[in-house]
Write a protein that binds this ligand. Structure first.
Ligand code: BTN
Length: 237
């Protein structure tokens, strides 16, 4: 395992983006604090020092890159499995890459691909709320942390190794063609929900049928059924 740890950095994803060429497959970069932590859709991702698990994993193995569609869902599933071992048994996967517990966000995942003529690298950035007692900032729904759910504080280092181990195990399974459908279906947060799907500026009310075997999301409305790919759409539940 190749691990790089920073007390402070702009963003662990940015670090891997800038250094991926000289780093090995599955290198892990962690920071106790990020001054420019990034979320999806250009949002900032904020956490006070030592309160959250913030790390990124570099994926360069061509066999895994071929299965890139599964990477976000498998990463979220790995977090859910680790949360379960820490007493948070009802965590759910909000397709494609958020983890929810108690109907609130506990973990966000930022997947970034780097391509030249082909996909060279994917960076999996994980931000898991661990010991936060409160959340500063404007939220539609305030997030939760492992602490706010259980009343217990956890070792970030311990969690990092557990998540990394689980992620490596699942990535190996993904590479070998394992079908995660049963695991994924059992923690599919959006399944059966009526949600507002945003396709660019266009918003539509749809009912979610669930995550498919190819990691797309099946939804339906009065006009029929659609298969959505990650990145095409966002949801308001
Ligand atoms: C989201 O919820 O929009 C995704 C949040 C991802 C945050 C993590 S923290 C580690 C890694 N470095 C970043 O700058 N972002 C990801």
């Amino acid at each position: 395992m190749i691990e790089i740890c920073f007390d402070q950095i702009d963003s662990t994803n940015t670090y891997l983006k800038n250094n991926y060429e000289r780093l090995d497959d599955l290198t892990i970069v962690q920071a106790a604090y990020q001054s420019k932590g990034r979320g999806r859709k250009g949002r900032v991702w904020l956490a006070e020092k030592d309160q959250a698990l913030m790390f990124s994993v570099l994926v360069k193995d061509p066999k895994l890159l071929k299965k890139y569609k599964g990477l976000s869902v498998i990463s979220a599933l790995s977090i859910i499995e680790v949360l379960k071992d820490h007493g948070i048994t009802e965590a759910k996967l909000k397709w494609p890459n958020d983890v929810y517990a108690d109907d609130k966000k506990i973990c966000g995942i930022l997947l970034e691909g780097i391509s030249t003529d082909k996909l060279e690298t994917v960076i999996i950035g994980i931000g898991l709320n661990v010991n936060q007692e409160a959340f500063a900032g404007d939220y539609l729904i305030e997030p939760v942390s492992m602490y706010s759910l259980t009343g217990r504080k956890f070792s970030i280092t311990d969690l990092k190794y557990k998540v990394y181990e689980q992620l490596l195990y699942n990535l190996e399974q993904l590479k070998n063609g394992y079908d995660f459908f049963a695991e994924i279906s059992s923690c599919d947060y959006l399944k059966g929900r009526r949600v507002t799907a945003l396709f660019g500026n266009d918003s539509r009310e749809v009912t979610v049928s669930g995550i498919n075997e190819d990691y797309s999301l099946k939804v339906k409305d009065e006009n029929g059924e659609y298969y959505l790919e990650a990145g095409e759409v966002s949801f308001h539940v």
